[in-house]
Design a protein around this ligand. Structure first.
Ligand code: 5RP
Length: 269
């Protein structure tokens, strides 16, 4: 009888090789420690290079707590991570209400708006961010501090993603997922709404376009930093274009962002 190897319940801590990796791990561990609490049962797991450290830290919380939980992936990578860590996999159609979602980002501005989709997962990432709703009562001042329904959507990243304004460090453009049939028209229309030289994202060997987990194409649409000072305006303009499935601008969605710094410190916003 062929035996299937049983995955280790507590995989060893990932080896952290560079300062950047160390800063990702620091951000991820701190976010898990502060936001994934024992009573959280349904947890969204995002995509990107910081997310393995999120899963690593969740596994370290122990099998006793994790056996009661279900983990919802934003794509193929996070699904593999969840399965490899021997955690229970679920889907957002089974669990449309999520306690907390933790995810990476390509860039985050001072108001916690983010560009996402460098890994072409932003449609599912946005659905999981939106599914993570919590009512936060507070009397403090400020636009994000009234009693409100907020998204328990936590961003983790290294210091390179922490910007004053979007488009400062991330020059590749806003990822736009499009229906394949409509991509050429959307490319034209993106120019009309102010994008400079939008391009269909090609696979590594340039053999064909990148295809998302949903079977769609991705366009990278650069905008000026000036335009991206008002990311909600750009998001609305792009969303209006016929053929666009989802835009990698996450406006007013994140509850907090954790950035590991090169000197080993942590920035929390
Ligand atoms: C994928 C994403 C990722 O979270 C984002 O691209 C960050 O990835 P990395 O940590 O690998 O730079 O939005 O669609």
């Amino acid at each position: 009888v062929k035996q299937t190897p049983v995955p280790e319940l507590n995989p060893p801590t990932l080896v952290v090789t560079t300062e950047i990796e160390a800063s990702k791990q620091q951000a991820a561990w701190a976010a898990v420690d502060r936001h994934i609490l024992p009573h959280h049962i349904v947890i969204g797991i995002g995509s990107g290079s910081t997310v393995p450290y999120v899963v690593e830290r969740i596994v370290a919380q122990g099998a006793d707590v994790n056996k009661h939980r279900v983990f919802i992936p934003t794509g193929f990578q996070s699904k593999e991570l969840i399965v490899a860590a021997n955690l229970r996999l679920g889907d957002v159609d089974q669990y449309p209400v999520i306690d907390v979602t933790i995810d990476g980002a390509d860039e985050v501005d001072r108001d916690l708006n983010a560009i996402k989709g460098g890994g072409a997962c932003h449609l599912r990432e946005k659905v999981l961010a939106e599914a993570a709703d919590t009512f936060v009562p507070t009397n403090a001042e400020g636009p994000r501090s009234r009693d409100r329904l907020t998204h328990s959507f936590i961003i983790v990243a290294d210091y390179r993603k922490n910007s004053e304004y979007l488009g400062t460090n991330w020059k590749a453009g806003v990822p736009v997922e499009v229906a394949p049939f409509a991509y050429a028209k959307v490319l034209q229309n993106l120019v009309l709404v102010g994008s400079q030289n939008p391009k269909l994202r090609m696979g590594k060997a340039k053999a064909g376009p990148v295809v998302s987990d949903n079977g769609n194409f991705i366009i990278d649409a650069p905008f000026s930093t000036e335009d991206l000072k008002d990311p909600l305006r750009i998001l609305k303009l792009i969303k209006m274009l016929t053929g666009v499935v989802e835009v990698g601008l996450f406006c007013h969605m994140a509850e907090a962002a954790y950035f590991g710094n090169v000197d080993g410190s942590l920035t929390v916003r």
